[in-house]
Design a protein around this ligand. Structure first.
Ligand code: MBD
Ligand code: FE
Length: 282
């Protein structure tokens, strides 16, 4: 039997690649010749400028070629793009918003996790390790009105930093769920605090990180998608104060507004936190 420790970069990378292919995101892409010409020309020019300015050698050019080939073999294009570029795309897509700050989706979202009415406990193993976390709050519109029956999708890594469906030997929907808030937009979800996350070190992205002398860490985080009728979907991540990597996240996806105010649980068991979401009307 495989365990999460048997996870490899290529296995999680190829799972993320398959997930992207079946995500439906490819069905709705709109481009024009003018736009592709503009963007592709700028990208190629930027690369040529670097080669000329930095006097890139044939050895370096061939190292790049070998590395790009390996990114594909390891299925790590989603990981590479989400870690190093998605934060800028997210910034452009959401800078008009008055409601909550969001953050990047990353490579490990799976839609249609089983739905429960709040209050609820996310699906987890009987012996799930870690610190219990009660995550609660209210979903409102920018005018302050409560968003009745708002939908909160939550997914995150476990205490060892593994995501279900991307590391082997974890139940399919472990630490993933869809939750429906009550009539006043209030929600309360019991989960387990995630660990800091290291992106796979044994694939092409890990090779780049080692060769460049970088580190592979993301701070511990919760992933969320919050939605309600007539409102823009909010994709966000929330972070834990004091995490060593809140200030140097490899994915550049931390914002001050996304830090949680973690308190001891009133139940005496673990932690609790209240975090409200404000969505923008469409
Ligand atoms: C993650 O868990 C993640 O959230 C991102 C953005 C990239 C890699 C792994
Ligand atoms: Fe993540």
């Amino acid at each position: 039997i495989e365990t999460p420790q048997d996870a490899t970069a290529a296995k999680s990378g190829n799972a993320a690649t398959d997930r992207f292919r079946s995500s439906g995101k490819l069905g709705s892409i709109e481009t024009s010749v003018e736009r592709v010409n503009l963007l592709a020309s700028k990208l190629v020019k930027a690369a040529n400028d670097i080669i000329l300015e930095e006097r890139v050698s044939y050895d370096e050019f061939n190292a790049l070629k070998a590395w790009l080939i390996k990114v594909g073999e390891d299925g790590e294009w989603p990981l590479f793009l989400d870690v190093w570029l998605e934060h800028s795309v997210e910034e452009v897509a959401t800078d008009h918003r008055e409601g909550n700050k969001g953050s990047i989706e990353g490579p490990y979202y799976v839609p249609e996790a089983p739905t429960q009415d709040s209050p609820a406990t996310i699906s987890m193993r009987e012996d799930e390790k870690g610190t219990n976390l009660l995550f609660q709050g209210q979903v409102r519109s920018t005018d302050g009105s409560a968003l009745k029956n708002a939908k909160i999708e939550l997914w995150h890594a476990d205490e060892e930093g593994f995501y279900s469906q991307f590391a082997p030997g974890i139940p399919e929907w472990n630490l993933r769920g869809t939750f429906i808030a009550d009539e006043e937009g209030n929600f309360a979800i019991n989960t387990m605090q995630p660990a800091p996350y290291q992106i796979p070190t044994d694939g092409a992205c890990g090779q780049l990180i080692a060769a460049a002398g970088w580190h592979a860490w993301r701070p511990a985080h919760l992933h969320l998608k919050v939605s309600a009728e007539g409102h823009e979907l909010l994709t966000a991540q929330l972070y834990f104060p004091g995490d060593a990597h809140n200030d140097d996240d490899i994915a550049t996806a931390v914002k001050p507004e996304l830090l949680l105010d973690i308190q001891p649980a009133e139940s005496g068991n673990g932690k609790q936190v209240t975090y409200d979401f404000v969505l923008d009307p469409v």
